[in-house]
Write a protein that binds this ligand. Sequence first.
Ligand SMILES: Nc1ncnc2c1ncn2[C@@H]1O[C@H](COP(=O)(O)OP(=O)(O)OP(=O)(O)O)[C@@H](O)[C@H]1O
Length: 309
Amino acid sequence: MLKIKNLTKVYGTFKAVDNLTLDIEEGEIFGFVGPNGAGKTTTMKMVSTLLNSTEGEIYIDGLDISKNIKQAREKIGYMPDFFGVYDNLKVDEYLEFYGNVAGLSREQIVAVSDDLLELVDLKAKKSSYVDSLSRGMKQRLCLARSLIHNPKLLVLDEPASGMDPRARVQMKEILKELKKMGKTILISSHILPELAEICTTIGIIENGKIVIKGPVEEIVNKISSGNNTIKIKLVESNPNTIRLLEEDPLVGNIYENGRILEIEFNGDEEDTFKLIKKLVNKEIPIVSFNHIERNLEEIFMKVTKGGEE
Ligand SMILES: Nc1ncnc2c1ncn2[C@@H]1O[C@H](COP(=O)(O)OP(=O)(O)OP(=O)(O)O)[C@@H](O)[C@H]1O
């Protein structure tokens, strides 16, 4: 549905996005994760036709967006990471304003506004001034605004940034609803666990390049394999165990603490199976054998060496 081919953006001499290629299928929720300054906003603005690329192509439903800006905009709803002044507009007037910008008639705007306010849980605030809304409410209103022309593709730049935990949960629920409605979503965050729950696929970006991408689970496995920590508990301390483990070229450091051993293991699932088999065949008295799970945040820190901050 969205195809990004060899996309590059250079600001002066600085390459903010570097030969980035990405395919997002219809109905997919693609989480774009990266540290500050990685190039997420720049990419999303190019996808949303708000910024010209230096090189590369972007297609939405096969449409080259640089040559068909108007049609492309009809298909895209963009929610910026930063939104500006509201000049004393009420919530419904705000949606009407953006509906007009999107070229909708007053009747069309009225027809969708209530549904959108319902979706983002702002119906009760319809006649409130936008300035009086909480940050979370403003963000939800901004999301509603990006949906006013019923776009197929939503480009959401850090939609939950600065929200408190309750507001984040609410935003997540709305995104799940949008997924059910069949929208394709490109959503960014610098917090990986936040996206993992709702995304179908994740791409980690650093220095303008995609470092790794794929289904969430696959990414976690890919990064974890080759760098596992395994915890083995024995019935009692057993000197043969360490000798056997040391024979295995995939075993790195071994930490012994009585009958508990923690080992660094550079193998995949198949290698893990072989290791267990070997220990059991040698009658090592194993009580338990576990991978120590890394959480997503650790994985993210490991893959990205750090952004600007
Ligand atoms: N108009 C500009 N002129 C020059 N450099 C820019 C401009 N816009 C962005 N940059 C630089 O390009 C890089 C990528 O910025 P971008 O905003 O795309 O990153 P990001 O991943 O969205 O970061 P954040 O999470 O902080 O929003 C940064 O180093 C930024 O300073």
